[in-house]
Design a protein around this ligand. Structure first.
Ligand SMILES: Cc1ncc(COP(=O)(O)O)c(C=O)c1O
Length: 350
């Protein structure tokens, strides 16, 4: 049972607590002016804080939806294990959602280069990782890929593979919940939506709803630059392997590098918006796009009835799982000095 006081009680308390339809709206928070170079142009940038969901990440929404739809379709009967190809947010969110519906065990194909921290996170949440030597040049339906292996395993009667890269209930979750919330929270005055691209579920699902309300709403897709690392996001080459028709939902594409993604993520976090690297990437892409729009003299075309250019982008998760990666991508000058450093007993590499 959920009450307007935001209390979840009873035997279904956790299941209800995970149901985005029973939770209060996910906060939409404006980034500080210091991070918005277009503030004087009447541009306002708001972040949808998906890091504040019960599981701390955006994949909690599709994970719950994919499992619930399978349960409603009777597809969980006789199933005692879930399998997915994922090394992060998706599979631990799926594992927790699946337990609410009686599926206790979760396996995950993970690439050989997975970091120890990520592996530890999966183990912490009770996911059994299966390390897979991924093909060096990924191709759709390659039998050596984790995606293919998980799909095959899922054909067994006692296993289920939600298949986040092809399951319509992944984007469908955002059409059902994320899009309507953003539209309502912006009082229908939204000028532009931007999102990072992983499975592309967030962008497709949210844009589907938003464009139903405002067909000419510009949607910006942000990918990571080739050979750059931003965990959770895909490069253009990797996006070509995604089954969803994400291109038909995107009006403009932008590309962001690791350094700016990590730097903006840290800048947002230091001001109270707990944002991970893909949040920085989405903001970087959005700012890049606004720069072009401004240079072309097109900002006025985006103004709403309040005379503002109102932009929204999602914060998919927080920075904590990636802390050890920041020194690799953020300039050392961004970190404060450690006083009496010589006294430290547990310095990395010591
Ligand atoms: C941290 C993070 N950011 C962004 C994304 C991308 O979201 P989507 O898969 O909906 O495109 C993911 C997906 O796994 C993610 O884990």
């Amino acid at each position: 049972m959920h009450t307007s006081k935001n209390v979840f009680k009873g035997s279904e308390a956790i299941k209800d607590f995970m149901d985005p339809g029973k939770l209060p709206y996910v906060p939409l928070v404006e980034i500080p002016q210091a991070l918005n170079p277009f503030a004087d142009d009447g541009v306002r940038i708001l972040a949808k804080m998906m890091n504040l969901l019960p599981l701390g990440n955006v994949k909690a929404v599709p994970a719950y939806n994919m499992i619930r739809e399978k349960a409603l379709a009777g597809e969980l009967e006789g199933v005692d294990a879930l399998i997915e190809n994922s090394s992060g947010n998706t599979v631990f969110s799926l594992a927790i959602a699946a337990r609410q519906f009686g599926v206790e065990k979760t396996y995950s194909y993970v690439p050989a280069e997975i970091s120890w921290n990520k592996l530890l996170m999966l183990l912490f949440f009770g996911v059994e990782p299966i390390v897979n030597q991924e093909p060096t040049t990924p191709a759709e339906n390659d039998p050596a890929s984790g995606v293919y292996k998980a799909r095959k395993d899922g054909e067994r009667p006692d296993m289920i593979n939600p298949g986040q890269y092809e399951n319509p209930d992944n984007p469908g979750a955002h059409t059902k919940w994320t899009g309507p919330q953003i539209w309502d929270q912006t009082d229908g005055k939204l000028s532009l939506f931007a999102a990072g691209l992983g499975t592309t579920g967030t962008l497709i699902g949210t844009a589907t709803y938003l464009k139903q309300q405002k067909p000419d709403l510009p949607v910006v897709g942000v990918m990571r630059a080739p050979d750059h690392y931003v965990p959770g996001a895909r490069t253009e080459k990797l996006l070509n392997l995604v089954d969803f028709d994400w291109r038909s939902h995107v009006d403009h594409m932008e590309c962001a590098e690791s350094e700016i993604s990590y730097r903006l993520s840290m800048a947002m976090s230091r001001r109270g918006m707990m944002a991970g690297p893909t949040s920085g990437m989405a903001l970087a892409g959005l700012l890049q796009h606004l720069e072009k729009i401004k240079a072309n003299g097109q900002l006025d075309e985006l103004r709403n009835t309040d005379g503002e250019v109102l932009c929204v982008f999602p914060i998919p998760d927080g920075p904590l799982p990636y802390l050890d990666e920041y020194p690799k991508y953020v300039d050392a000058s961004e970190f404060p000095p450690i006083h009496n450093e010589e006294l430290l007993l547990n310095k990395p590499g010591a």
